[in-house]
Design a protein around this ligand. Structure first.
Ligand SMILES: Nc1ncnc2c1ncn2[C@@H]1O[C@H](COP(=O)(O)OP(=O)(O)O)[C@@H](O)[C@H]1O
Ligand SMILES: [Mg+2]
Length: 318
């Protein structure tokens, strides 16, 4: 679902300091402000220690900020916490659930904390776990346990769901299943989703807008495409040409930033360009008028990993 204009989460000037291990203070969150609109999937993308969980927990009312404010559905995360809690869903770590209760019993128990709750069987059906209703959490696979933790955050039929690194530790197949589930609760169930991840691909696939966070600060915030388009070279055109190529002539084509000979899956030239659509027509024209035989050509868009590297000078994994 694409977000509306209605503001669902509002964060302003958020700061969170902790005592640093060697004395002094550590600013885990350093002046974060943003808005999430109703119906969006909003993502926080950043490496370990960037301040994602701390920010999320302040919004959820689980931690208090050092300064700044957060609110959800117009309810302040500190002062209106109790009223807010009834209308949000918070995914807990799989290990946080009772080990001796069945899935159905856990959902029943969680539901009893709220004025209105959905029936456990209906919830389990949504995530394909109905046949596991009498299983213990410890008996589930990693992917099943993550699906359960998401549905457990939905017992109160919340308007906003918070997911903290929902696919960390899952294999690629289980990760894809979970992406489908997040899309389902957003598109079919109409829930606003606020999530964190350190997987570039996850943010790119799932999120309508992404805040790139590093060292407690938002470095950039936009749609995945909008972020990529800010790069000086948002695309690479790779091609295979037999015979000689005039590098200087290629470098003069519109939008070309760099021309590099490469050895890449059979391609032998790479153009770093601002926009593929700006360069491609001139490129075709150039090859025809110069009698250059182009055997194959591919356009490779930049990724959020490239954006992150450009903004912070390091990769997401460092
Ligand atoms: N309760 C705490 N006490 C002290 N330092 C903390 C605490 N919680 C988080 N931190 C520190 O704050 C920074 C941000 O942590 P966190 O929000 O968990 O990041 P992320 O979720 O992006 O990995 C890290 O340096 C972390 O060690
Ligand atoms: Mg975290």
């Amino acid at each position: 679902m694409i977000g509306s204009d209605e503001v669902t989460v509002e964060v302003s000037g958020l700061v969170k300091e902790f005592p640093a291990p060697g004395g002094g203070t550590l600013r885990a969150v350093d002046g974060v402000s943003f808005e999430v609109h109703r119906g969006e999937v909003f993502g926080f993308l950043g490496p370990n220690g960037a301040g994602k969980t701390t920010t999320l927990e302040i919004i959820e009312g689980l931690q208090e900020p050092t300064s700044g404010t957060a609110s959800v559905l117009g309810l302040d995360s500190v002062h209106d916490r109790e009223r807010m809690k009834a209308r949000i869903g918070v995914q807990l770590q799989a290990g946080a659930y009772f080990r001796y209760l069945t899935l159905e019993e856990i959902l029943d128990l969680f539901g009893s904390f709220y004025p209105k709750a959905l029936p456990p069987a209906e919830l389990l059906e949504k995530v394909g776990l109905l046949d596991k209703r009498r299983a213990l959490v410890g008996e589930l696979s990693g992917g099943q346990a993550q699906r359960f933790s998401i549905v457990a955050a939905m017992v109160n039929d919340p308007e906003v769901v918070f997911l903290d690194e929902p696919t960390t530790g899952l294999d690629p197949q289980a990760r894809r299943n979970l992406w489908d589930l997040v899309e389902f609760i957003n598109r079919q169930e109409g829930k606003t989703v606020v999530m964190t991840t350190h997987y570039m691909e996850e943010a790119q696939v799932l999120c309508d807008r992404v805040a790139i966070i590093d060292h407690g600060r938002i470095q950039a915030l936009d749609t995945p495409l909008g972020l990529v388009r800010r790069l000086p070279s948002a695309y690479r055109i790779v091609f295979q040409a037999s015979g000689g190529v005039d590098e200087a002539a290629l470098a003069r084509l519109p939008g070309v930033r760099r021309v590099t000979p490469v050895q890449l899956n059979g391609f032998n030239w790479e153009l770093a360009v601002r926009r593929a659509a700006e360069t491609l027509p001139a490129f075709v024209e150039w090859s025809e008028s110069n009698g250059v035989k182009v055997e194959d050509v591919q356009v490779i868009p930049a990724t959020l990993e490239d954006v992150f590297l450009t903004l912070t000078g390091h990769t997401l994994r460092e």
